[in-house]
Design a protein around this ligand. Structure first.
Ligand SMILES: Nc1ncnc2c1ncn2[C@@H]1O[C@H](COP(=O)(O)OP(=O)(O)OP(=O)(O)O)[C@@H](O)[C@H]1O
Length: 444
């Protein structure tokens, strides 16, 4: 730790190649930790922090992709590249879906090796200030860099992005990185509070100022004094309140509902919206002057489908979180990971996290399969069935029909299906059909 030299963790069960790669990397000035199995590599990661991992795909115990998935669970920001002797496309696709940053084919070309390492070791020197934000997407990293810069200022920031893209996480990271971090961060979703109560929620009220106002209420702005207020779904704020908010921002004081006095407040305002605020300004639903107040700096979060490289990282992160909260340790089969990596995710990270939680809760065994993931994604429910599932369903129905026609008599059913008895038995086993269920009184 703390060493200036960049370290690379190499994992390969072929001692010769391990040696060649070690020499090559050392010649380029890298420190090399050479290990001959996935297990050994994981053990070393307990006490060393390399900048990158290069792992062979085919290894006897833990293969490169399994190792990759394990590493992502423990060290989500550590880049892993996969080496393969075969270099066939399915492997490369699988490795990329599982979250490998690169795929190198053996014999490893020297220039490709070095450029691959330079790219990822460099990009690893990225901000880790936003610890709660899991990402390796280039776009996201650029946004985080902007965010880090603006965090230390007093500027208002408007965060835009679809629902579930992490707007609130980003707002909190901005607060945690600001000079206001020791004061409160108060978040409110402007659509979650009925319009008539929103004003008093934000700015407080005097006892008796309206029915139900049994006591004085300071309001969120005063509760956040010295800190940050995060106004989520600002685009849906009622027009009357927009005017009042603007005044609060200009005067830096609030007037509680039913009060004649104003009270000074010192807050920084961060806001977020999933709607196109410029369009709302254009058609008069959002005040232009308020828009300019809020939109001093704009951070745009891309939808998850535009940063699919984050999916494996987010999956590993969420599995760890669930495990830490007492759920059993689960992992996804490679096919299941493919389904997660390819899904549409209209609900973005929030939806991904939900699907992960559902599959973990429902999984009958340690490894979560593709069928369960599809089911939780609701794909089957929408009438779109995977070919394998459709075929299995057809086969099961067909066999059932043969059994019904033959009254549960295997020989007869087999003859109808033009299969021999042994084959037919195997099919019944595969599709978990019990001929006894179809038996009629006079039988064999
Ligand atoms: N990059 C990320 N890393 C880790 N967790 C994330 C990331 N992005 C989002 N999340 C998680 O996803 C969920 C949704 O995020 P968040 O509430 O910030 O989204 P949002 O854009 O504010 O959504 P909405 O617009 O619906 O309020 C939260 O559980 C959050 O912790």
């Amino acid at each position: 730790m703390g060493m200036a030299r960049n370290q690379i963790l190499l994992v390969d069960d072929d001692p010769k190649l391990l040696r060649v790669l070690t020499l090559r990397l050392e010649a380029e000035g890298y420190g090399v930790i050479a290990t001959s199995s996935g297990e050994e590599a994981l053990k070393r990661l307990d006490d060393v922090r390399p900048q990158m991992v290069l792992a062979d795909l085919r290894m006897p115990d833990l293969n490169g992709i399994e190792l990759l998935v394990k590493i992502q669970g423990r060290h989500p920001s550590l880049p892993v590249a996969i080496l393969s002797a075969h270099g066939d496309i399915p492997d490369a696709v699988r490795a990329t879906h599982a979250g490998a940053v690169d795929f190198l084919t053996k014999p490893v070309d020297r220039d490709r090796l070095i450029s691959c390492i330079e790219r990822h070791v460099e990009s690893d020197a990225q901000p880790n200030w936003a610890d709660g934000i899991v990402t390796r997407s280039k776009t996201m990293r650029a946004i985080l860099e902007d965010a880090q810069r603006v965090a230390r200022t007093e500027s208002a920031v408007l965060i835009t992005g679809a629902s579930g893209t992490g707007k609130e996480v980003l707002a909190r990271a901005l607060h945690d990185q600001s000079g206001r971090r020791h004061a409160p961060f108060v978040a409110i979703n402007c659509t979650a509070v009925p319009a008539e109560l929103l004003e008093s929620e934000l700015f407080g009220h005097r006892k008796g100022s309206f029915t139900g106002a049994h006591a004085d209420h300071p309001g969120l702005f005063r509760a956040a004094h010295g800190g940050t207020v995060f106004l989520d779904e600002i685009g849906d704020m009622p027009a009357g309140l927009q005017a009042k908010l603007l005044r609060v921002l200009q005067e830096r004081e609030v007037r509680p509902v039913g009060d004649t006095r104003t009270i000074p407040v010192n807050v920084r305002v961060l806001s977020a919206t999933h709607c196109h605020l410029e369009a709302r300004v254009a058609d008069g639903r959002f005040r232009e002057d308020l828009f300019y107040r809020l939109n001093v700096v704009r951070l745009r979060l891309p939808p998850l489908e535009q940063r699919r490289e984050d999916i494996p990282l987010l999956v590993a992160h969420r599995l760890d979180q669930l495990c830490a909260n007492g759920s059993p340790r689960r992992s996804y089969s490679p096919e299941a990971l493919d389904v997660l990596a390819a899904a549409a995710w209209p609900g973005n990270v929030r939806q991904l996290f939900n699907v992960i939680e559902q599959t973990v809760a429902l999984a009958p065994s340690r490894t979560i399969g593709a069928a369960l993931v599809r089911k939780c994604l609701g794909e089957v429910g929408e009438g779109l069935q995977a070919f394998d599932e459709a075929r299995d369903e057809f086969a099961r129905n067909y066999l059932r029909q043969m059994l019904e026609l033959s009254g549960g008599n295997i020989s007869r059913a087999a003859r109808l299906a033009r299969r021999n008895r042994t084959d037919f038995y195997k099919l019944l086993n595969r599709y978990k059909l019990d001929p006894a269920q179809f038996k009629q009184l006079d039988d064999e």
